[in-house]
Design a protein around this ligand. Sequence first.
Ligand code: FES
Length: 163
Amino acid sequence: MAGEQERQPTQLSRREALKTMGFWSVSGAAAAVLGVPGLRFFVGKSLEPGDEHWVEAGPVKELSPRTFRAIRYQFRSKDAWREVDRQGLVYVRVQEDGTVLALSAQCTHLGCLVGWREAEDRFACPCHTGFYDAQGKVISGPPPRPLVRLETRVENGTLLVRV
Ligand code: FES
């Protein structure tokens, strides 16, 4: 009795602490069991990776190391629950070492399409005068990052670019 009288009103006995921990453990487990499928229902396909799309960029043996080939593309893709039209422009060329370089033409500043200027050996963005070199690295202007390099593969002599 004397021990209980000395106990502070805010302190829990060991038994009360175990009861509280048990309650919250069971509640947490129940929330996880019920919540994960519920969250999956609401989030659904938005967490799944988007469908991969490869664009044909012509015969690989016809690529030149001196200039870029511009490839325009357009297709319909599924983005979570809705279908969206996707279009864009990529530049491809073969490099001195025989590898293929594929660059997205989308400027990394605000997304305008850059143009290849062969005489100047660089890409120019008309929107805010951004310039990139032939490897896609920023030379000057507001673009914060290089042009995005895209994955390529060759199938039966045809170059494919992943967009
Ligand atoms: S969008 Fe290209 S420089 Fe601004």
